[in-house]
Design a protein around this ligand. Structure first.
Ligand SMILES: NC(=O)c1ccc[n+]([C@@H]2O[C@H](COP(=O)([O-])OP(=O)(O)OC[C@H]3O[C@@H](n4cnc5c(N)ncnc54)[C@H](OP(=O)(O)O)[C@@H]3O)[C@@H](O)[C@H]2O)c1
Length: 340
């Protein structure tokens, strides 16, 4: 059977996530017969290079998605809110990276390796939500444990790089680091405080619950993706002065008392996961994961006081598996494109 050639739209094509989409479409040799890249007015007149061709950047307007099979949205929540439903009305699947629709009960929130089966019922264009970057990597680690042993509770502390806040945030980390080294102070623009050589223990806005909205996303999205409403999840999210790769220290309480070998073997064959076995001093750092696809799990050990609680370090490239790669894998499932 001939492989379907896809007609794709990419909203936010010049951004951190948008640029990674282009790279991954190329790497995975996704069959593309048409590409429509969209950005803001600021990028008017520029073009995007893909497979030897220059595609002019377009701005969003009524009818701009007609004829497309799927549109990836990574231009922020306010753009997705208006334009993602329009893409569906105009006949395309909308795969949305923002948080706008994630918790809507009728919208699927997909990590392909975990709950990709939900896409089988989608025979018509629909809006599909891509989860939060820190949630995605956690799901790849937790799903095999849930399947094999049952999960009771999860606690996670995150160490999130600045690339998670977009291109301007990366520039801010670089300039603020240089300024600090030169004994100068710069006004923060993206972050609430200077990010150079600093940890900021509040990502997004503070909610009435005392959690930040980033932490709330991890809590609620995890339960939805794992389809376990009684799962107790707690998160504490911290922005660190690192460029790319999100790291997480995880405490997972399972329903069984098992040996470490069993714990590791549940993770070893899991899709998208690379687990360090052997000694507990083995791990992947965020710099080592940069530019790669897997979710790495290391430093696995049992809790001192609770037989059924396991600690581990979980790291992934937040722009790839945490955003663009996950979105492309969703499209591969929808359009039945076999890939690695
Ligand atoms: N970074 C991550 O790790 C990550 C992970 C998961 C989800 N996300 C989500 O993905 C989205 C984008 O994040 P990012 O990190 O790629 O941000 P970014 O680097 O700041 O890029 C933003 C993109 O949106 C475009 N844009 C802005 N206003 C627009 C408009 N009116 N019409 C069309 N395009 C417009 C920008 O185009 P111009 O260049 O023309 O301004 C740019 O291409 C956000 O919703 C974010 O929450 C990010």
């Amino acid at each position: 059977m001939a492989v379907k050639q896809l007609k794709l739209g990419l909203v936010g094509a010049t951004g951190m996530v948008g640029s990674e989409f282009i790279k991954i479409l190329q790497e995975r040799q996704i069959p593309v017969s048409e590409l429509r890249p969209f950005a803001s007015e600021k990028s008017a007149g520029k073009s995007l290079h893909f497979r030897g061709q220059d595609y002019p950047l377009q701005t969003l307007k009524e009818g701009c998605f007609v004829g497309l099979d799927a549109v990836f949205f990574s231009a922020g929540g306010s753009i997705s809110k208006i334009w993602a439903p329009k893409a569906v009305q105009e006949g395309a699947y909308a795969i949305d990276n923002s948080s706008t629709f994630r918790m809507h009960p009728e919208i699927d929130l997909i990590v392909p390796e975990v709950n990709g089966d939900l896409l089988e019922k989608r025979k018509e264009p629909a809006l599909i939500a891509n989860p939060n970057c820190s949630t995605i990597q956690l799901m790849l680690a937790l799903a095999p444990l849930q399947k094999k042993f049952g999960l009771k509770s999860v606690r996670v502390a995150t160490y999130q790089s600045v690339s998670g806040a977009g291109i301007e945030a990366v520039e801010e980390l670089k300039s603020h680091t240089l300024a600090y080294l030169n004994n100068k102070e710069m006004e923060p623009r993206v972050f609430r405080e200077n990010i150079g050589f600093n940890n900021l223990p509040l990502i997004g806005d503070l909610e009435d619950s005392g959690y930040s909205n980033e932490e709330e996303k991890m809590i609620h999205e995890s339960r939805k993706i794992l389809r376990q409403e009684d799962l107790k999840v707690s998160a504490f999210c911290v922005r660190t002065p690192t460029i790319n790769g999100h790291s997480e220290a995880v405490w997972a309480e399972i329903n069984k008392s098992i040996e470490k070998e069993e714990f590791l073997s549940a993770l070893k064959g899991a899709p998208g996961v690379k687990v360090h076995d052997g000694r507990s001093d083995s791990y992947t750092s965020n710099r080592k994961c940069d530019g790669t696809d897997p979710v790495y799990i290391g430093r696995v050990h049992r809790d001192y006081y609770d037989q059924k609680t396991w600690l581990f370090w979980c790291v992934a490239d937040n722009i790839r598996k945490g955003a663009a790669l996950n979105g492309i894998q969703i499209a591969e499932m929808i359009f039945d494109i076999n890939n690695k």
